[in-house]
Design a protein around this ligand. Sequence first.
Ligand code: ADP
Ligand code: MG
Length: 340
Amino acid sequence: MPGAIHAEGLVKTFGDVRALDGVDLDVPEGTVLGLLGPNGAGKTTAVRVLTTLLRPDSGRAVVAGVDVLKHPNEVRRSIGLSGQFAAVDEYLTGRENLHMVGQLYQMSSRAAKARAGELLERFHLADAADRPAKTYSGGMRRRLDLAAALVVSPPVMFMDEPTTGLDPRNRQQLWDVIQELVAGGTTLLLTTQYLEEADHLAHDICVVDHGKVIARGTSDQLKLRTGGERVEVVVHRPDMIDPARAVLAGFGKGEVAVETHTRKLTVPVAGGAKLLAEVIRELDSRGVEIDDIGLRRPTLDDVFISLTGHTAELAEEGDGDSTAAGGGGERGQGPKEAVK
Ligand SMILES: Nc1ncnc2c1ncn2[C@@H]1O[C@H](COP(=O)(O)OP(=O)(O)O)[C@@H](O)[C@H]1O
Ligand SMILES: [Mg+2]
């Protein structure tokens, strides 16, 4: 049985760019799919196709049991959309924005007002409810955007990079809200540039690059493919690099990478904290002094290097308006795109 979101062979080209190059997706009801990829991978294009905003050149998609190309209006009634091109009106207050969305969905004015009040509370926006959205911080705006997508409690939700550029506290708050939502039975397709975010929120992950799904699986499966966790060691003196390398090679599941000028060695491992303790003992017994040691999980870059042989940044070539993948800082959300 097809899932709540099902897509087959989606292709969308913009001139020479194959933004979607044959994408298949299946999201079982009540689960979260994380679409993980760098800038320019095709994530937003996929979301726009699935939310009826853009027609693919070929392929088919079914959302909430309805054919996206044949019955877009019907699909729109079953979905909520939040993210990079969502429509918060800067000049309206938070409350007015939510009220307006409710009315667009043909709720009575009274029901829309009640729903707006509820959502403003839930998203910690009650104090700012009667200020224009343009006075909101980045985090508040994201919360308003998400609230707007929830006015009608849709069974299927799409979120396009909901936390890109947010600080850790705001990101965590949004994650909490998203998890609450999913616990309530919503099916969610979420795009992100952060493995950590997909890890935290998604049941299944599709890694996309250049319009293609290049890997799919649970986060554990992907991490195993990427070589799992890494041990990172900074030794105290340059002459300790070689003995440290020998120790790490004995524990590692892959090559030991050495960065000479920082005296840092990194090796993929399987075994977690227990293994870390053994590594420390072994380094100690060989007289290797360490300045720093830790376990770190693979980053998006590790996943990309392992899957594609290039970093996320390289994948952006030719994509003029993008910022570095994983970059911090509040990012402009670009002009509102026309509905095609
Ligand atoms: N409206 C458009 N016109 C021309 N090119 C586009 C348009 N939308 C997206 N693209 C191109 O398609 C590719 C995928 O873009 P997008 O889906 O926005 O990627 P992502 O959301 O993963 O960053 C990029 O190379 C982008 O420049
Ligand atoms: Mg995008």
